[in-house]
Design a protein around this ligand. Sequence first.
Ligand code: NAD
Ligand code: UFG
Length: 350
Amino acid sequence: MKNRLVLVTGGTGYIGSHTAVELMNEGFDVVIVDNLSNSEKSVLDGITAITGRRAFFEQFDICDKERLRDFFKVYKKLDAIIHFAAYKAVGESVEKPLMYYQNNLTTLMNLFEGMVEFKVPYFVFSSSATVYGQPDILPVTERAPFKPADSPYGNTKQIAEEIMRDAVNANKDLHAISLRYFNPIGAHPSALIGELPRGVPNNLVPFITQTAIGIRDELKVFGDDYNTPDGTAIRDYINVVDLAKAHVVSIQRMIEGKSKSNLEIFNLGTGKGSSVMEIVNAFEKSTGEKLKFKIVGRRAGDVESVYADTKYANEELGWKAKVDLEETLLSAWNWEKYVRNKKRSRLKTN
Ligand code: NAD
Ligand code: UFG
C-alpha cells in the first residue's frame, strides 16, 4: 500500500525488524520507535540492505508520554501502529514484576491515548500463546479461556488485551487486532536480520544455534517425562517471516474495512506441535551439524504441550504459515554464523 505510514514500536527488535521489512516490501512507509533497551541501531542497516529503503527512526522510551506526544505532533499522518515494544523475559518478570507491568502496560496505554488524541485509527498488538497456559483442549482456539498467568510477563499480555477491549469499546473509531504468537523462530532468509538475545538465551532455538557454534557447551533438554510421544514438551514453532507477514495482512484488513469487530484476535502458529527432541533432530538434519545435548529436569513454569488451531487465522484473516521447520532452523543457523563472523571481523579490525 503506497503513501501509508505505519509506526512500528520496538522495530529494531527481533519480530519488529522482520515486520518492518515486510511492510516496506508491500510499499508501506515505516517509522520505527525503539529505545534500544534490547536491540541495536545497526539493525536499521540490515533492514535497508534487504529492502533498499530506509525506515524513519526515533530513539526514545514510549513510557515517556510527553516525548510520545511530541512524536505524534511530528508524524501527523500515521495510518496505523504495530506495537512490539515490551520486555519479554519470563524469568526476569518473576524477579522484577513492577518493571514488567510498568513497561508493558504504560507503553500500551500511552499509545492508545495518543491514538485517540491524534486520530490514529488502527492498532496491532503482540500478544502471546502464554495467555492460554496449558489449554484443556488441543489444538487451542482463540475461544479458549485464559488460564491464571504463570508469570507477570504472561499477565501483562492478558491485562493488555483487556485494556484494548475497553479502549476500543469506548472509542468506536479505533480498531485493534491482537495477534497471539506461538513460538516465533528463525531469521530472514538473507541472514541480514535475526534474533539477538543478550547473555544466555532462554529460548530453545537461540540456545541450539549457540551450542552448535561452540558458545555453549551443550543444550539442556528440560524434561523427558512429559506425557508426549518422546517425553519432551511440545510447542508450535512458527517462522518469523511468516509471522511478520500476518501483521501486514492485519493492517491491510483494517484499512480495507474488513474487520468484523473493533477488537479481533487471531492465533499465529502453524497448527503443528513439535517436541524439543524433534527440533533437535530437525536442526541436525537441515544443517548437518551435530548437537551436544543432555536431558535434565523440567523447567519451572513450563507447560506440557501447546499448539494452535489456525483455522480462524487461515480462513478469516486469510493468512497461513508457509515456511517449513527445517528451512526455518537453517535460517536461524545461517543468522548465527553471520553474527559470529561479523563479531570476529569487528574484533580483527579493532
Ligand atoms: P525484542 O526484545 O527483540 O523487541 C522488543 C523491542 O522493544 C526491543 O528492540 C526493545 O529495545 C524495545 N523496547 C522495549 N521497551 C521499550 C520502550 N519502553 N520504549 C521503546 N522501545 C522499547 O522482542 P521480540 O521477540 O521482537 O518481541 C516483540 C513482541 O512480541 C513483544 O511484545 C513480546 O512480548 C511479543 N512476543 C514475543 C514472543 C517471542 O518468542 N519472541 C512470543 C510471544 C510474544
Ligand atoms: N527448552 C529446553 N532447553 C532450553 C530452552 C528451552 O529444553 O535451553 C524447552 C522448553 O522447556 C520448552 C521448549 O524448549 O519446552 C520451548 O521453550 P522456549 O523457552 O523457547 O519457549 P516457551 O514456549 O517457553 O515460551 C515462548 C516465549 C514466551 C511466549 C511463549 C508463547 O519465550 O515469551 O513462547 O508460546 F509467551
